[in-house]
Write a protein that binds this ligand. Structure first.
Ligand code: UDP
Length: 277
């Protein structure tokens, strides 16, 4: 008779799926019952702004009109957890003009606080929407970061999608500390209205804050891996996965080396829960 020993992988699969389903049902129930936040929600010291995408665009336009430099941070669970171990990064996030919620974990943590953030405003969506706005209003855009050729490729894709868009410069994100002052001078000399910096967290936030006044760009945003997605080097998750808060799962299938970073999500939820209690 064949042996019918239970298979360990399958045995683990059922509780994990049940747990995930329970968390999603719980999150959906919370969402229905909660009021929309009207003020910044501070999660583990990081102030997150309750904004929809149109509101974020309107704020960016206000920054451009002011001609003064502003830093926009897109905060996900991994970034917030990095800031717990890096007081300088936490300080940078606290000083930012705007912190948008970028990730299902941040939305869930706000719900645990008793409020709902109206929308997820991710780096890649901001690049796309701000580029559309820039094409319409004549704002100048600079793309800095990612591997050699990726920013230029992303620039071509954006220009094709948003006719009339002016991209005043692109540069890859691999450089030595000695090269930084020249990079900053090159960017500043093009006088962009919008600077997208794709160096990953914390490098992009350190670069923006470190050269804040020298760059003097009205809107500076750290956008992580957005250029890789826009250039087509990485696929974005299907819309249903983005909507159900499962984009992180899709990214793991694309970049398995990101798997260790996934540990930040449960750590973040537990820490946010503890902070609430
Ligand atoms: N990158 C870069 N310079 C560096 C390190 C990384 O330009 O020294 C780029 C990398 O090529 C990728 C992006 O920064 O395009 C990081 O993407 P990731 O999704 O890891 O960003 P995060 O999730 O950290 O915001």
């Amino acid at each position: 008779m064949p042996e019918t020993r239970p298979q360990p992988a399958r045995r683990g699969c059922l509780p994990a799926t049940t747990l995930l389903a329970a968390v999603l049902i719980f999150a959906a129930k919370l969402k229905r019952a909660l009021p929309i936040a009207t003020a910044r929600v501070t999660l583990l010291g990081v102030p997150v702004d309750p904004l929809t995408m149109p509101e974020a665009l309107a704020r960016a336009e206000g920054f451009i009109a002011s001609r003064r430099p502003h830093h926009i941070v897109t905060a996900d669970a991994s970034g917030v957890m990095q800031a717990q171990d890096d007081p300088a990064l936490l300080g940078i996030m606290q000083q930012a003009a705007l912190v948008t919620p970028d990730g299902a974990g941040v939305l869930l943590a706000a719900r645990m606080r008793g409020v709902q953030l109206p929308a997820r405003v991710s780096g890649v969506d901001l690049v796309e929407q701000l580029s559309a706005l820039a094409a319409q209003k004549g704002y100048l855009v600079y793309l800095f970061g990612a591997a050699e050729g990726v920013a230029a490729e992303a620039a071509e894709k954006l220009k094709a999608r948003h006719p009339g868009l002016t991209i005043v410069g692109t540069r890859n994100g691999f450089f030595t500390p000695a090269e930084e002052p020249q990079i900053v001078r090159d960017i500043a000399a093009t006088h962009p209205d919008l600077l997208f910096v794709a160096l990953g967290i914390p490098k992009q936030e350190q670069f923006i804050r470190g050269y804040f006044t020298e760059l003097n760009v009205p809107v500076m945003i750290g956008v992580g891996g957005s250029f890789d997605v826009i250039a087509g080097r990485l696929q974005r998750a299907p819309v249903w996965m983005q909507r159900t808060g499962l984009e992180w799962l899709y990214r793991i299938t694309q970049q398995p080396k990101r798997l260790p970073r996934l540990a930040a999500l449960p750590r973040f939820i537990v820490a946010a829960w503890r902070e609430k209690v």
